[in-house]
Write a protein that binds this ligand. Structure first.
Ligand code: SF4
Length: 366
């Protein structure tokens, strides 16, 4: 046993062989993942994941000064779980003008841009948003358009994904967000978001982005009709993709919020959340970070998750529409000091970062 290795008191014998693999640096398989995600010995699972996170990042936990920008919620698709999208002209539909969009870059270090697949917007408009941000804020980290949107642009333009991403890269794009992944199970896709792309297309977009030097994230939408096996399989697919074409920065489990969708929630609250985060930290041995997204989890639970393998809280998030429309009650934005306090209270060392997880010292120019 190495000096800083925790002495674990296993209440679940199923965790012991998994721990042996983890501490000796062997890869976990689907059966190991299942043992982790279904264990009732959550404290021990948390200590395992915390130890692994600590080997990568010491006691550091990261956050960024950022803002979400959703230029439109008008979308041609109709995913069952989506509370965000509206039809053109429908009550609650919005389309921001150029200045409204660009205001989201003021005073922050990173902007996260996603929206609907608007029936009238051409690729040029989406490309122009990236170019405008880059022109007005040369140092801003620009994370924009999910794989669903990239694939939509390619279809609109009758061009390849590689060409679309190359244009966006040239316009100033730094990274792709992880959304649109949902759950890579075909069964779940057919039932909940049939019109959306599945694993084949999603992985093609992210593989191509990595090959072009564009970093990306990956999400998992959990706590609805998916099984534990499907959650673990989702993580294993991502691990294999990172082996093949490295470029992921963070994995972000997103707890499902039902809103008015009528889809049943299948999740045992906080226990389920930290168990999913810890399992991800242990399976995804080639992902730098697991993110505890405080907007969905609540600040308190996200702070707790920093002791279950998470190493990033996302950011201060000035404007956030998608999750709030689904009825989430988290505050609109956490100030920087509040982020630092939250991290310290969780026993970790707060590190303000940029889009690529480089620590930053200087305040953002207003
Ligand atoms: S999840 Fe995305 S693609 Fe599906 S309806 Fe909502 S905005 Fe459109």
């Amino acid at each position: 046993m190495s000096a800083n290795e925790p002495r674990l008191d296993f209440k679940d014998p199923g965790l012991e062989p998994v721990w042996d693999k983890v501490r000796s640096g062997r890869r976990l398989d689907a059966a190991d993942g299942l043992a982790l995600i279904s264990t009732r010995d959550v404290p021990t699972l948390g200590r395992m994941a915390d130890w692994v996170a600590g080997r990568r990042h010491g006691r550091d936990a990261f956050f960024v000064t950022n803002r979400q920008c959703n230029p439109t919620n008008v979308c041609v698709l109709d995913c069952k779980f989506c509370e965000f999208a509206r039809r053109k002209g429908q009550d609650g539909a919005w389309e921001m003008d150029r200045e409204e969009v660009l205001a989201h870059g003021e005073g922050v270090r990173e902007v996260h841009i996603v929206g609907g697949l608007h029936p009238d917007w051409r690729f040029d408009r989406y490309l122009g948003i990236v170019r405008d941000f880059r022109d007005r804020y040369p140092d801003l980290g620009i994370k924009a358009w999910t794989a669903v949107e990239i694939e939509w642009f390619a279809r609109l333009e009758r061009r390849g994904v590689r060409e679309i991403l190359s244009d966006l890269r040239a316009a100033g794009l730094d990274a792709l967000p992880g959304g649109g992944a949902e759950v890579f199970s075909e069964r779940v896709r057919r039932e909940l978001f049939f019109p959306k792309i599945g694993w084949d297309k999603w992985s093609e977009v992210h593989r191509t982005a990595h090959e072009l030097g564009i970093k990306t994230n990956a999400t998992l939408l959990y706590g609805h009709i998916e099984t534990y096996e499907e959650r673990v399989d989702h993580m294993l697919k991502l691990r294999a993709l990172e082996d093949e074409a490295p470029g992921f920065m963070a994995f972000i489990p997103l707890a499902f919020t039902p809103g008015n969708t009528g889809i049943p929630v299948n999740r045992q609250g906080a226990v389920e959340d930290v168990r999913t985060i810890a399992t991800a930290r242990l399976i995804l041995d080639n992902f730098p970070h697991i993110k505890a997204y405080w907007v969905l989890l609540s600040p308190d639970l996200a702070g707790l998750a920093l002791n279950f393998g998470a190493s990033d809280l996302d950011g201060t998030i000035g404007r956030e529409k998608i999750m709030h429309m689904a009825g989430n009650a988290s505050p609109e934005g956490l100030a920087k000091e509040a982020m630092r306090r939250l991290i310290r209270e969780s026993g970790k060392n707060p590190v303000e970062r940029d889009i690529f997880y480089r620590p930053v010292a200087e305040p953002v120019a207003a």
